[in-house]
Each structure stands twice: as C-alpha cells, then as structure tokens.
Ligand binder design. Structure first.
Ligand code: ZN
Length: 421
C-alpha cells in the first residue's frame, strides 16, 4: 500500500509540497515557501529512506524550502537544468532579503547544484526500488515540468503550475498525457477566463507605441523570471522601432544568462537572442535616472510595484501624463499595483503619490484559465481521481465543481491530509 500526503498549497497559493511513501521508501515532490513575513514552509517529514526530491519549477512557492531537505539527506534533486539554475538565483535572492528567518543557511543553497541530477523531459528515472519518475513540459516558465510518478502499479501526476497556451517565450504544456490514476492539480485561475493572448499583446504594443510617439517613457513592472523575458520577446516580435531603447533592470539580466545557456526550453531561441541583444542593461541609479528621461521602455522588478527598482522609476515617472505604467500580471489585492489600478494612487514608504501617468493593465497569464485547465485535465486518459491544490479556497472549490459536473471524482485536500494509493 502507498500513501500520498499533501504537505501544503491546500486552499492557498504557497508552500507546495507532497510526500509519497511506499513500504519503507519515500519521495518528495516540491517543497516550497509561502512568502509571508516570515516565510512559512511545509511540515518536516521523515527523510531516512528518501529516494529523491522532484521539483516542478523554480518559483519559490514550489522550490523555496528545498535546501532545508537537501541539508538533511544525501538524496538527489531531480529537475530540468533550467529549473536548477533559476532556482539557485531565486533562493539566493530570498536569502538576501530574509534576514536569517529561513530554516536553512546560505551554505545550504549550493546543494541544489551539488545534489541535482539534471533531468530531461520525457526521460523515465527509477527512484529506489518502488518509484519511477518522468517529467513532462508544463508550459508555465522555461524549464517547468509536470511530474509523473509510477508507484505500486499506479500513476500519479503533479501538474505543478501549468499553462497549455503557448506564449512568445514558452512552448505550451505537453498535450496528450499518458494514462494516470491520480492527478494533483493547480487551480490558480479556475475562476478566470483569460482574454485572447494575441489581443492582449496587440493592446500592450499599442500602449507602448502611443507613449513613445508622444515623447513619454513606459515603465513595465515585471517579475524577473519569465514575465520580463516574455515582455522582451513580445517587443522584439512586434518590431518596436530601434530608436526607442528597451532597458532591463534587476535579477532579470541574470535570468537572461541562464536562459541563454538553456535555449531548448524557449519558444524561439533566435527571437530571445535578438531580444537580449537589443536590451540595454541597467547597472546603477545613474543609469536608472537616465533611462527614465530617455523616452524608452523600462522592464523592471517588482511585478506588483512592491519595492525593487520599480519604486525609484515610479517616483521619477508618475507625475507626467506623457508616461505610461503598464501592469502585465495579476496584482494581488493590497499590493501597490492593485491600489494603483483601484484608486490611481500609490503609497511608497510613508508618502502617497497621485499618479498622472497613463496606467494600463495588460494581463498576460502564465497559468491556464478555467477552460484551459478543464480541457487539459479531462483529456488525461484513465478517468483519474483529481486532488485540487494551489489556488484560493474558492478557486479550489470551483474546479472541484467543474470536474464533478463532468462526472469526475474530485477532492480538495486539507493540509497534511493523507490518501491511500
Ligand atoms: Zn509558478
């Protein structure tokens, strides 16, 4: 008999973690952080007979606690080489801003490289005597995977974060998945319908061109991993005239180096390489001030205007109606980005700023929406039993409802719930 325990991401986004046991062996899939203050992690599990940890992708809500596990076991980490290198960047960044409130030290982070067995998509790897593991492309960010585990004659799929729709940066998730008995699925956008991607990209490019033509500067606050590179590729694909400079700030430049080393995970390595060649890198505050005055396009963290260099740009650009601030991802309620959309004002430090710049929302999603998820899940052969995680409580319930209406078995697990396989 085998057991699967849901360690986290139950009715929430954050601290994903799953523990699979069979007889005297076990494996872990994802071990992420919830980025609260201080960060929270899944409960610790026995590691005596751990045969490996599989990691779906680099985002910290999936990877943020991995060094804690690696520091206590000789077991290997299995993920794509792109996920390994992006995870290292994000872990170092989290460590720098965490002020020692993590359950591991800086010297544990390189274990991600040392204990990693880089794994290709579609390659089947035996783990111990009882498990076999295969990664399938998840289409969410470069290197992202769905993890399929065979145990006790059954097959269990962990979707991680998944996007079936192709973007200018990513190939879409693998279609035609093999038969599975159990599917643990994300539900981030189970209550949303994403607008057509081509239309959003067109609206985004129109905003950029209009701003350039009236002599303004565009600020695009964007996450360093994935979204910043997607912005670069969209601008490159749409032939933004060379006279308008494109700037890149923050960790995104290191992410570019990683993706340049791993072009096999990109929709078009040529387009990405042209986009990188066209982008000017920001080094310091002098560069930032110059860029803000240049009448160009600035891509900078943080994606929801939550600190990072985007605060400095915001202060330099907010009061001129010629400029634009373009938000390109979901803005979590309570963040400066969400307040900007809702009220036209932003609190930075203790000062509230009225914004005269043109504020636009062109939301590009890296998750499948309700239709996309349902389509992907109901096509998996074998009439699997679904366990829904990684969404707000209402989103988990919504996906359960949608699946049950299609006659499927669907459960929303609680933290530390265990099921027999
Ligand atoms: Zn993710």
């Amino acid at each position: 008999m085998s057991q699967l325990t849901f360690l986290g991401s139950c009715r929430e986004i954050g601290r994903s973690g799953f523990y699979l046991e069979n007889k005297d062996e076990s494996i872990i899939v994802d071990y992420g952080a919830k980025l609260s203050t201080p960060p929270e992690f899944p409960d610790m599990v026995p590691l005596d007979n751990l045969q490996g940890i599989a990691l779906t992708h680099a985002h910290l809500d999936h990877s943020g606690g991995v060094p804690r596990i690696l520091s206590q076991t000789e077991a290997s980490l299995f993920c794509t080489p792109a996920t390994r290198d992006l995870t290292l960047l994000l872990l170092r960044d989290m460590h720098n801003i965490s002020k020692g409130r993590l359950p591991f030290t800086r010297k544990d982070i390189p274990l991600v490289r040392r204990q990693c067995q880089a794994t290709a998509y579609e390659e089947t790897i035996p783990l111990g005597h009882h498990f076999e593991m295969t990664l399938f492309n998840a289409g969410h960010i470069p290197g992202s995977s769905m993890v399929s585990v065979r145990v006790n004659g059954k097959r269990v799929l962990f979707t991680g974060d998944v996007n079936a729709t192709e973007s200018q940066l990513n190939l879409g998730a693998r279609k035609n998945l093999p038969k599975h008995d159990i599917v643990v699925t994300e539900s981030t956008y189970a209550r949303r319908t994403n607008p057509d991607r081509v239309e959003i990209e067109k609206a985004l490019v129109d905003t950029v061109i209009e701003t350039m033509e009236r002599g303004g500067t565009v600020l695009i606050p964007a996450f360093a991993v994935g979204r910043s590179q997607e912005m670069m590729c969209i601008l490159e694909q749409n032939n933004i005239p060379q006279k308008y400079p494109i700037y890149l700030d923050g960790m995104a430049r290191k992410v570019n180096e990683v993706l340049t080393r791993h072009p096999e995970y990109l929709q078009s390595p040529q387009s990405f390489s042209r986009a990188v060649g066209r982008t000017r890198i920001i080094q310091d505050n002098r560069d930032r001030t110059k860029a803000a005055k240049s009448g160009g396009i600035i891509i900078s963290p943080a994606g929801m205007l939550k600190g990072g260099a985007s605060h400095l740009y915001f202060k330099l650009l907010h009061d001129d109606p010629k400029n634009s601030i373009v938000l390109v991802s979901f803005q979590i309620p309570g963040t400066p980005g969400a307040e900007l959309i809702r009220t036209g004002k932003v609190l930075v430090g203790s000062r509230e700023y009225e914004v005269a710049a043109d504020v636009r929302m062109h939301h590009l999603s890296s998750h499948s929406d309700s239709r996309g998820l349902l389509d992907l899940l109901t096509r998996i052969p074998g009439d699997p039993e679904f366990h829904i995680v990684h969404g707000e409580s209402e989103s988990c319930d919504k996906l359960q409802d949608l699946l049950q209406k299609k006659g499927r078995k669907a459960n929303v697990p609680e933290v530390n719930e265990m099921i027999e396989i």
